[in-house]
Every structure is written in structure tokens, then in C-alpha cells.
Design a protein around this ligand. Structure first.
Ligand code: ZN
Length: 284
């Protein structure tokens, strides 16, 4: 402890049917807030980085922050690279110390995705790291048509992909999307059960922001051990800044604004950790 493998975190959650929140952090302040929330609630947590924010911050700087901030964390935590189609960036993150990666080749054919994912899993294993697989891709919420089942692969294709590649967690399309849903999304929860029963591995739930508490608990009970939260963190980060500046329009010292943003992100993280049932699940 504190940094453990992503698989160690997910396998426990999968077995005991709680969800581990995987938050996409955007900078030092949000990384610190997520870790502080997990520490306060004695919860395992996954910190995720997007390709976009690694481009802004840099792999080395992001990892240096991770090492410094997890030095005194006493709950199980892991660092994950979210949706990454770039094999060079995957290699760089694995070599640097990321605990897991999501190889996102959903724009390629399933066959080519599978072929490359086998290589990514092999590469990850050399570092004791783990891999999340995806073959369907996720829309943005604003692109949803109500017919999100159109790109879904057959269960047989999913099982074949999981068995051939050896991925540790699978991210299926179940009517979920990235962004802010217009209403509560219609989700194919049965598909999670079918995939879990057929593959025996945990499922990663994408597009978590905006799902109802009942949807979360149902999906988690079916085997969604990893629950991604990105948009809610961004909203907390941005709206807390907006609210602070509206309340203090003459303020020009960031040291006053930043703690307000950190507190908002921490509250958001605590809310989701509690909702997913992972509070108090830290082990030693
Ligand atoms: Zn996603």
C-alpha cells in the first residue's frame, strides 16, 4: 500500500459487488482532492488520466505528481490511462509506472483491435500492469440518437475478444455515453449480466455522470466494478470557480479560489464513492 495494481482493486470489488470510482483528474488540485476523498472515506480509488490532459500536463509531470501525492496515502489506489488509441503513449505510460491502460481501438475493426490488444496486454504484463478493453466505442451524449444499440457487438464477439486478448476488465456499450445526458439514460443492464456471466471478468461502466442511484446500484450488483466519473469532476471544478468569482468579483488571488475548487471536487468524489458502496472498503 498505497499504490496497488488495478486488478487487485477491481477483483475485490467485483467479488464483493461494490463499485470503485475511477475519476478523470485534470491537474494537481483535482488529483489531490480525489485522493483526499478516498482517504477520508477509507475507500479504494482509481485515478484516471485522459490523453487530452496528459498532452497539457505531460506524462512525466503527471506521474511525478502521482508519486508525491500517494506517498502518504494509506488506502489502495491505482493510476489508469483512460481511452487511449495511441500505442506510443500507452507504451510511455506503462514504462513510466501507470498501473493500467484502456487501449481504445474502437475505431478499428474488431479483428485489428483484437490483434493489437493482444500486444498491449503482453506489454502491460511485463510491468505487472493491467488492461481494459473496448470494442464498441462511446458516443458523446449530444450525439445520442436513441438507437445506441446499433454499434453493439454480439456476446460471442465480446467473449472471443476477452478470451483472445486476456484483458482484465471490459468496457461495453449499454446505452451509455460521455457528457451530460438530456435525461436519465436508458441502459441495457442485462447486457452487463450476460457479459459478466460469459467472461467472468469485471465490467467498466463509462459515462457514469448523470446515471441514477438506482442504476448505479443495479449495474454494480451485476458486475460493474469500475465506475468512471469524468464529467461530474469537470462540472464541479468549473462551476465552483464560476460561483466563487461571482461571489467575489474583485478577487485576483488564485490562492483564495483554488481551495474552493478543491473542496467542490472532494465533495463530488465523496458523493460518488459513497454511492458506489466503496466507502470503508480499504484493506491493509
Ligand atoms: Zn469513457
Amino acid at each position: 500500500m498505497p499504490v496497488v495494481s488495478t486488478k487487485a482493486i477491481l477483483d475485490r470489488a467485483f467479488q464483493e459487488r461494490y463499485g470503485v470510482a475511477a475519476f478523470n483528474v485534470v491537474n494537481d488540485l483535482t488529483m489531490d482532492a480525489v485522493l483526499a476523498a478516498a482517504e477520508e472515506l477509507r475507500a479504494p480509488v482509481i485515478v484516471q488520466t485522459s490523453v487530452k490532459h496528459l498532452d497539457i500536463t505531460g506524462v512525466d509531470v503527471m506521474y511525478a505528481m502521482w508519486v508525491a501525492m500517494t506517498k502518504h496515502v494509506s488506502v489502495p489506489v491505482a493510476l489508469h490511462l483512460d481511452h487511449c488509441p495511441d500505442r506510443a503513449l500507452i507504451s510511455e505510460c506503462l514504462a513510466t509506472g501507470w498501473n493500467s491502460v484502456l487501449f481504445d481501438a474502437s475505431k478499428l475493426s474488431v479483428e485489428e483491435n483484437t490483434r493489437q490488444c493482444v500486444e498491449v496486454v503482453e506489454e502491460a504484463r511485463r510491468y505487472g500492469a493491467h488492461v481494459e478493453g473496448e470494442i464498441e466505442g462511446f458516443k458523446r451524449t449530444e450525439e445520442m440518437t436513441g438507437d445506441e444499440a446499433e454499434n453493439v457487438q454480439s456476446l460471442e464477439t465480446v467473449v472471443d475478444f476477452v478470451r483472445t486478448t486476456g484483458v482484465d476488465v471490459f468496457a461495453p456499450a449499454i446505452g451509455n455515453a460521455h457528457g451530460v445526458y438530456a435525461g436519465t439514460p436508458k441502459l441495457d443492464a442485462q447486457r452487463v449480466t450476460d457479459i459478466v456471466e460469459a467472461t467472468g471478468i469485471p465490467v467498466a461502466l463509462h459515462g457514469g455522470t448523470g446515471m441514477s442511484a438506482a442504476q448505479f446500484s443495479d449495474l454494480i450488483s451485476r458486475g460493474c466494478a469500475k465506475v468512471n466519473i469524468s464529467t461530474a469532476l469537470k462540472i464541479a471544478f468549473m462551476t465552483s470557480a464560476e460561483q466563487y468569482m461571482q461571489a467575489h468579483p474583485a478577487e485576483n488571488d488564485p490562492s483564495k479560489l483554488l481551495p474552493a475548487q478543491g473542496a467542490a471536487v472532494m465533495d463530488m468524489a465523496k458523493h460518488h464513492i459513497q454511492l458506489f458502496g466503496s466507502a470503508g472498503r480499504a484493506w491493509s
